[in-house]
Design a protein around this ligand. Structure first.
Ligand code: SAH
Ligand code: SF4
Ligand code: F3S
Length: 440
């Protein structure tokens, strides 16, 4: 019987793509995936360290596997991703039943590392950052896909060093993948039946900026737009300071581009934005949104917001509330600031009491929940273009897909519709999805 592995993934799209790669690599060395940790010979956590006490959470999570290891000493327990990158060898010391730590640049080494543990029962770690050339060679490649929609990595890493953020520290410097390769991959995906691609990277709109002769992100988008078979394009994440006029214009001119943009604001006060090292002001941000709405009036925006950044005053916070009220994001991910090791903001004095930060967080959440609810309720009665992604868990004959605005829509129809763009009239808007009926 073949050996089995159990994999859990946390964090952003980067980790989702990395996990797909982990699956392929482990299958190549004879492992089969299981969704039961108890049955596994190898347990892996692909971790995220962007917020809170990420390290402690991973340690807590790993605790669950300790009894399994006691029962089966041959079991291999591995941690990868951003917490692994941050902690390195220290994690092996902290957690006696951990065998393997692999960093964000070392996924390709996993087969070799697993073999080393298997053969020598040697505990090992590999968290070296790789040079640019090697990283370019190892960019995640996708092929042979059953799904209608796929992520395509166009760049990795981040050079922005927002003062609160650990990502540049755990993912390394920005590298853009050659556009020729990206387009080739997307053509292949289209030939395999993929209809929607989401171009991903920590900061996709600075794509190509560091490489002489490379396409800009707007040019790359236009080239993807010309690929036959691809019917819808999304991209994430965008940094407001790099959202060029050329890129905004794509929303008016490229029919396949979804009318949705995730545009993290973080804070609605210039003072806080400066302390965050975000590189734009509230006025800059509003200017970008105005242009977006001019070229694409029905575009919907989503965002990320941080509450309780060190030194945030009530006045700063009210600025965030005011902007949220004005911009009417259809969804927002709201976070309580948490200091991350090695970041600049972790050194800043912070005298806002915990209860005050918590209370602000709740006020923001309440406001945003109301706005999201209103935004999605507005769709009831509208007929939307939905790209059908598959059969829904809701039951027999039920399909699901997404509207251009990136909301899940459930409706009934034959499975032949999977992969097709259909018209669906929304009849109900729920908390995280909508229900509708197909219009011929
Ligand atoms: N590259 C993306 C996403 C980065 S992480 C971007 O630039 O927006 C996702 C979100 O986590 C960030 O947008 C930010 O809102 C939040 N975040 C990052 N570090 C944080 C911290 N230390 N405390 C609270 N929230 C944080
Ligand atoms: Fe973090 Fe800022 Fe880079 Fe986003 S742009 S990943 S928030 S440093
Ligand atoms: Fe988390 Fe790493 Fe992504 S810290 S958000 S998994 S880049």
């Amino acid at each position: 019987m073949s050996k089995q592995f159990y994999l859990e993934t946390f964090g952003c799209q980067m980790n989702v793509v990395d996990s797909e790669r982990i699956v392929v690599l482990l299958e190549e060395i004879g492992y089969r995936q299981t969704d039961r940790a108890e049955d596994a010979d190898l347990i892996l956590l692909n971790t995220c360290s962007v917020r809170d006490k990420a390290e402690r959470k991973v340690i807590g999570h790993l605790g669950r596997f300790k009894p399994l290891k006691e029962k089966n000493p041959g079991l291999i327990v591995a941690v990868g991703g951003c917490v692994a990158q941050q902690e390195g060898a220290a994690f092996l010391k902290k957690i006696p039943h951990l065998d393997l730590v692999f960093g964000t640049h070392n996924i390709h080494k996993l087969p070799e590392l697993v073999r080393r543990v298997e053969e020598n029962r040697e505990r090992c770690h590999e968290v070296e950052f790789l040079d640019r050339e090697t990283r370019l060679r190892l960019f995640p490649q996708r092929s042979g896909s059953e799904s209608v929609t796929r992520f395509v990595t166009v760049m990795q890493g981040c050079d922005n060093f927002c003062s609160y953020c650990i990502v540049p520290h755990v993912r390394g410097r920005e590298v853009s993948r050659p556009s020729g390769e990206i387009l080739e991959e997307i053509r292949q995906l289209a030939a395999d039946g993929v209809r929607e691609v989401t171009l991903i990277g920590q900061n996709v709109n600075s794509y190509g900026a560091r490489d002489a002769g490379e396409k800009s992100f707007a040019e790359l988008l236009r080239a993807v737009h010309r690929v036959d078979g691809i019917e819808r394009i999304r991209f994430t994440t965008s940094h407001p300071k790099d959202l060029s006029d050329q890129l905004i214009d794509c929303f008016g001119e490229c029919g396949k581009l979804a009318h949705h943009l995730h545009l993290p604001l973080q804070a609605g006060s210039d003072r806080v934005l400066r302390m965050m090292n975000r590189g734009y002001t509230v006025a800059d941000y509003l200017g970008r949104v105005e242009r977006l709405k001019t070229v694409c009036p029905d575009i919907r925006l989503t965002t990320d917001l941080i509450v309780g950044f060190p030194g945030e005053t009530e006045e700063d916070f009210l600025g965030t509330l005011r902007l949220v009220e004005t911009l009417r994001y259809s969804d927002a991910y709201t976070f309580l600031y948490s200091p991350r090791p090695g970041t600049a903001a972790a050194e800043l004095p912070d005298d806002t009491p915990r209860e005050v930060r918590q209370e602000r967080f709740e006020r923001l959440l309440k406001l945003q929940n109301r706005i999201s609810e209103e935004a999605w309720q507005e769709d009831v009665g509208k007929t939307l273009e939905v790209l059908v992604e598959g059969t829904s868990r809701q039951g027999e004959g039920q399909l699901f897909g997404r509207s251009s605005w990136n909301r899940i829509v459930n409706f009934s129809g034959p499975t032949e519709l999977v992969g097709r763009m259909v018209q669906v009239r929304v009849t109900r808007s729920l908390r995280n999805s909508q229900v509708g009926e197909r219009v011929d």
